[in-house]
Design a protein around this ligand. Structure first.
Ligand SMILES: Cc1cc2nc3c(=O)[nH]c(=O)nc-3n(C[C@H](O)[C@H](O)[C@H](O)COP(=O)(O)O)c2cc1C
Length: 198
């Protein structure tokens, strides 16, 4: 499989970074290829400019997309699977990744008319979302937040752009949580196996 990893964490010294590195080890172990977009490291611009907004809001297919957006779209179309890795910030993706969706999921690429060939994003085999979270899974279930995160990431952002979709929350990983270290190995093993079996 060719796997495109879209990674968003502001710090190199983080649990999420360890998870990312372990996931990559799993991919390499299984002989998968990967491309990585490290959004903070790339300083990926997340605010739309006015030209981009007009292209999207007025459905102007003929307007070109910016170069950095085009590169991300090419990465997607060269891949079989897309993997998003990030820490949950305020029950959603970090703003850096939200901006990536705003800019990269363009009209004519990720949405818009499909039957006349004007939606150029390839349908990927798999979409995998791996996020770290300070709260427990029980908390996410009890509060309904798990359902809302699944709906937004899987049913809306990924939707039919991928054939199979999965959201994995690595729970209780914030520094205030005493079980952060206890959960560490279990989470690392899990992502390794997710990578091998992607
Ligand atoms: C700005 C900010 C907002 C966060 N919001 C949430 C949240 O809404 N829910 C949650 O479970 N964890 C939240 N966290 C915790 C992170 O998702 C994450 O699990 C934890 O920081 C992982 O550790 P790492 O930064 O070492 O990778 C937040 C952390 C930050 C810095």
């Amino acid at each position: 499989m060719n796997v495109f990893i879209v990674y968003a964490h502001p710090s190199g010294d983080s649990f999420t970074r360890r998870i990312r590195d372990r996931f990559i080890e799993g991919l390499e172990h299984a002989g998968h290829c990967y491309t990585l977009s490290d959004l903070y490291r790339m300083n990926f611009r997340t605010d739309m400019d006015e030209d981009e907004y007009r292209r999207e809001a007025y459905y102007r297919l003929e307007d070109p997309v910016p170069e950095d957006v085009r590169r991300e779209q090419e990465n997607i179309n060269r891949s079989d699977a897309i993997v998003f890795m990030y820490p949950v910030f305020w029950s959603d993706v970090p703003a850096k990744l939200k901006g990536w969706f705003d800019r990269v999921w363009t009209y004519g690429f990720a949405y818009g008319p499909q039957n006349d060939g004007r939606r150029s994003m390839k349908q990927l085999e798999k979409g995998l979302v791996i996020c770290s979270a300070g709260n427990t899974l029980d908390y996410f279930r009890e509060t309904g937040l798990l359902e809302s995160m699944e709906r937004i990431m899987l049913n809306d952002r990924l939707h039919d752009r991928v054939k199979t979709r999965e959201l994995v929350i690595l729970e209780a990983t914030s520094r205030e949580n005493s079980s952060r270290e206890e959960n560490w190995d279990r989470h690392l093993d899990r992502v390794f196996s997710l990578a091998v079996n992607i």
